[in-house]
Design a protein around this ligand. Structure first.
Ligand SMILES: Nc1ncnc2c1ncn2[C@@H]1O[C@H](COP(=O)(O)OP(=O)(O)O)[C@@H](O)[C@H]1O
Ligand SMILES: [Mg+2]
Length: 257
């Protein structure tokens, strides 16, 4: 990756992939992928495991470079941006979270290094972590990790959301962020995500029908290609992978009752 990009601040944050081909080494992954995500819309990416969903999102923040075609943000190729000026537009939320062995306040402040304690606390409240943090022996100064406090997976994830709220990037990528959440954590996680994603561009790789169906646009990926796109209503009305996906979810939900 060259480091000679410009410090750019796009006027709009529309994302566009234009005939993108991508391989990891000699392993071809994405084939002729084109898509547009207008700013402040919510899109869902669905498709089988290994179909290329995570790879597709990672290309938007230029974790990798495309072999052909282009990825652009605000009508500028991502390769024209300096790394910092590109990456400040994105926050990623994953299911598994990396936190530093440092205090909670520093972990959250990482999203905005000059943030005041008041700002950190406000972000923690929005991310539904304030109460459990205050219940720890040293509150926001509690050290996480080795020799420090042990947090549950849900708590760690909400701290990472507080960090993302602090960063306040215009584009939020949720990569299976709500997969395998236990019911105990689900409400708080959904509330935290909704605080984070308010008024943002949201790209979610999701399994859950109730999150997917409300998206402005759904992209269905299979074997590295976009095989369908449209709204939930449009896609369920035609034969195809999306309809299979919906039937599977409905069945799975039925079994739980
Ligand atoms: N860093 C990597 N190096 C090599 N192959 C990878 C790498 N990351 C993912 N892959 C492969 O690329 C394909 C698509 O992966 P991924 O984008 O993670 O799919 P999904 O998110 O849809 O499950 C899979 O075959 C996966 O094994
Ligand atoms: Mg993935």
């Amino acid at each position: 990756m060259d480091i000679n990009g410009e410090d750019l601040s796009p006027e709009r944050e529309d994302i566009e992939l234009h005939h993108v081909d991508f391989s990891y080494g000699s392993k071809s992954i994405l084939h002729d992928v084109s898509l547009t995500i207008p700013e402040k819309t919510t899109v869902a990416i669905v498709g089988p495991s290994g179909s290329g969903k995570t790879t597709l999102c990672n290309l938007m923040a230029r974790f990798w470079d495309v072999q052909s075609g282009s990825v652009s943000l605000g009508e500028r190729d991502v390769r024209e941006y300096s790394y910092d000026s590109l990456i400040r537009n994105f926050s990623f939320v994953f299911q598994r979270v990396y936190l530093f062995s440092d205090t909670i306040v520093n972990n959250i402040r990482f999203g905005k290094p000059n943030a005041t304690l008041e700002e950190v606390k406000a972000a923690a409240k929005k991310a539904r972590c304030y109460d459990f943090i205050m219940a720890l022996p040293e509150g926001f100064d509690t050290v996480i990790g080795e020799g420090g406090a042990t947090l549950s997976g849900g708590e760690r994830q909400r701290i990472s959301i507080a960090r993302a709220i602090m960063k306040d990037a215009p584009i939020i990528i949720l990569d299976e962020a709500t997969a395998n959440v236990d019911p105990e954590n689900e409400t708080e996680l959904m509330e935290a995500i909704s605080e984070l994603t308010h008024d943002k561009t949201v790209i979610m790789i999701a399994h859950r029908l109730k999150t997917v169906r409300n998206a402005d646009r759904i992209f269905v990926v299979d074997h590295g290609e976009i095989v369908q796109q449209g709204t939930h209503e449009e896609l369920v009305s035609v034969d195809g992978l999306y309809r299979c996906f919906v039937m599977e979810r409905k069945q799975a939900a039925g079994w739980k009752v």
